[in-house]
Ligand binder design. Structure first.
Ligand code: XIL
Length: 298
């Protein structure tokens, strides 16, 4: 193929980008988006603070814009993210206990119901594990409602939208390490007890190296019976950028249950990693060496 999306499709995968509603009026941006990508993720517009700014008052205007941009271009839409300790709305930040648990589960139910039938994969829970060597959960007001908050969220999401693949998504899980092993143990437990989980997202916000166990880590999760996806790929610019992008692409293709790759933005100037130039297109929309490396690896 001659585009990322078409080439990935030839391999039975998608190639997506996170997109921002505020940039959809930029013709260079939308030209690249509609030409190169066949999956979209809302960079911010489907998060809790965006969709439920006041408790019980839902606003889907900006999320729907992302959804409709994707669907009208024939793309898959990844839902990101139902529950996350960051970008909680102000009203939820001060809540604890059963009031927060009920509010969180209601949020999952309402948002997944609104988007029912339209979302390819939902990040049901984002970034719930701690960094470092503990392999345990991250402290948050959600975690303090009880260790079963994650499975409760997955069950609510399944009930609301049985057609969406339900993912757990996290970062610093880009190799076999204590954090990824903690998540691995949770997924294994969920599968053994029938908690509905279909996929694990590996954000892959990478620096100037790639862990030598990157592919093996994807494979061990796939071997549990879940799909794996690269969900937020960006790579610091440096001598290795193109090689790292190619290595991630090859790793996904080598794992039959790796169903797709999403990059976290289109041009370097669109990236949340200001000054790091971590994406596939430069600020003018030109293809970088990293783009060619990915296309050649697909
Ligand atoms: C980032 C967005 O790119 C920024 O625009 C926003 O200010 C903060 O969130 N992990 C995630 C994403 O799961 O939602 C984050 O997106 C990047 C890290």
């Amino acid at each position: 193929g001659t585009t990322l999306g078409a080439s990935a499709a030839e391999k039975g995968r998608y190639f997506g980008a996170a997109i921002a509603g505020g940039r959809l009026g930029d013709s260079t941006y939308t030209r690249i988006l509609r030409t190169e990508f066949n999956s979209v993720t809302a960079e911010n517009e489907m998060k809790w603070d965006a969709t439920e700014p006041q408790q019980g008052q839902f606003n889907y205007t900006n999320g729907d814009r992302i959804l409709n941009e994707g669907l009208s271009n024939g793309s898959k839409v990844r839902g990101h993210a139902l529950l996350w300790h960051n970008q909680e709305p102000q009203w939820a930040r001060s809540m604890e206990g059963s009031a927060l648990r009920n509010a969180a589960i209601n949020h999952v139910t309402q948002v997944a119901t609104h988007y029912k039938g339209k979302i390819h994969s939902w990040d049901v829970v984002n970034e719930a594990f701690a960094d470092g060597g503990s392999g345990g959960r991250r402290d948050s007001n959600l975690q303090r409602t009880g260790n079963d908050w994650i499975e409760a969220a997955f069950r609510a999401a399944r009930n609301a939208d049985p057609g969406a693949k339900l993912c757990y998504n996290d970062y610093n899980t880009d190799g076999i390490n204590a954090k990824s092993t903690g998540i691995y143990n949770m997924v294994r437990d969920f599968k053994s007890r029938g908690v509905p989980i279909d996929c694990v997202g590996f954000q892959s916000h990478l620096g100037t190296t790639i862990d030598s166990t990157y592919q093996a880590n994807l494979q061990r999760f796939a071997d549990l019976g879940v799909d794996v996806q690269i969900t937020e790929l960006d790579v610091a610019q440096g001598g290795n950028q193109a090689n790292i992008y190619a290595a991630v692409t090859r790793a996904c293709l080598a794992v039959s249950r790796c169903t797709g790759i999403t990059v976290w933005g289109i041009r370097d100037t669109d990236s949340w990693r200001t000054g790091e130039n971590p994406l596939l297109f430069d600020g003018s929309g030109n293809k970088k060496a990293a783009y060619t490396a990915v296309l050649n690896a697909l």
